[in-house]
Design a binder for this molecule. Structure first.
Ligand code: TYM
Length: 311
């Protein structure tokens, strides 16, 4: 059976771009595949330096996954930091790839352009992600379009290792849902925490209404494109077409309809989320991390043997 692996950074509230781009497709696939969903807390450390915030975000992000329908009897949900083999394997990959190769990373260049500090962790980020994926013999990585190059990096790391030390790693493939490869935010650019243009997945109805009302609309046309671009993920094409036809030029009415459609999807999940305690989350993560450690330890024993450090 194909193995699925994906991860999300606990660097703030999840938004509907994360949900439609990665979380929902992953959860749908995980119903019929062996797989793992990882809280990428050491990736978040590249930008987040507040321990209280990080701790709370790890708990909140895991609640989001569970409320979105993840079945922990089937899927291993775990914390990256609790499986030290991830950082160990990162080091080995870093000794195989070159600095110019890592300099090609779009995500790194984008982050620098946004004014983030160029710390070494941010630069080496793709090799930690390669280790995440390759440690578990992953076949498929469901992600949004912005992670495509990172999965390519993982394939390259696998190939470099296999060529140098002998066949050890599978080369994984990304799975990008082209319909939602890049969900736009309230300003029409890619929805992203760092652009402050998000619609929160588990915000209150007021938070969602505020975000929707702030969607930038172009007054020249009859149909607000930025509203439609988000709305199409909440309704089928035909009923959406009828709604937009009946409300030509009525931007407020269309935004109100979008708020109601978002609310209809989220409110049952919000109820599930409210019933999940911090203790539930800690138990799920501890159990998941223990299982992940078992798998990772077996793989790393093989890796160490291939590298030549196992005497
Ligand atoms: P992160 O935390 O930035 O985003 C989590 C997932 O959400 C997707 N996404 C989007 N999809 C569509 N439209 C958008 N506007 C949008 N914004 C975000 C991202 O593509 C991603 O799939 N490096 C990863 C985390 C990671 C990981 C891994 C992923 C660490 N290790 C191993 C897969 C496998 C990241 O920062 O995602």
């Amino acid at each position: 059976m194909e193995r699925i692996f994906t991860g999300l950074q606990p660097s703030g509230t999840l938004h509907i771009g994360n949900y439609f781009g990665a979380l929902k497709p992953a959860i749908d696939m995980l119903k019929s595949h062996d797989g793992m969903l990882m809280v990428a807390d050491y990736h978040a450390l590249t930008t987040l330096k507040d321990s209280g915030n990080l701790r709370q975000n790890i708990i909140d992000a895991t609640k989001d996954y569970l409320a979105a329908g993840l079945d922990t009897r089937k899927t291993i949900v775990f914390q990256q930091s609790q499986v030290p083999e991830h950082t160990e394997l990162t080091w080995i990959f870093e000794c195989l790839v070159t600095v110019p190769f890592l300099e090609l990373s779009h995500a790194y260049k984008d982050k620098l352009a946004k004014g983030l500090e160029a710390n070494a962790g941010l630069f080496n980020y793709p090799m930690l992600m390669a280790a995440d994926i390759l440690l578990y013999d992953t076949d498929i990585v469901p992600v949004g379009a912005d992670q495509r190059q990172h999965v390519e990096y993982a394939r390259e790391a696998a190939a470099k290792f296999n060529n140098t030390f002998g066949e050890t790693f599978k080369e994984p493939k990304e799975r990008i849902n082209e319909d939602v490869a890049t969900l736009p935010g309230t300003d029409g650019k890619k929805m992203s925490k760092s652009y402050k243009n998000t619609i929160p997945l588990f915000g209150t109805k007021d938070d969602i209404a505020k975000a929707v009302m702030s969607i930038v609309t172009d007054s020249s046309g009859e149909s607000p494109e930025n509203v439609y671009a988000i709305h199409q993920h909440f309704r089928d094409r035909q009923s959406l077409g009828e709604l937009y036809k009946a409300n030509k030029g009525k931007y407020k009415a269309l935004k109100d309809a979008l708020i109601e459609d978002i609310e209809a999807l989220i409110s049952p999940m919000r109820q599930v989320r409210d019933a999940i305690s911090d203790a539930d989350v800690i138990r799920v993560l501890n159990e998941g991390s223990a299982k992940a450690r078992e798998r990772a330890a077996a793989k790393m024993a093989d890796v160490r043997r291939h590298v030549g450090v196992l005497l």
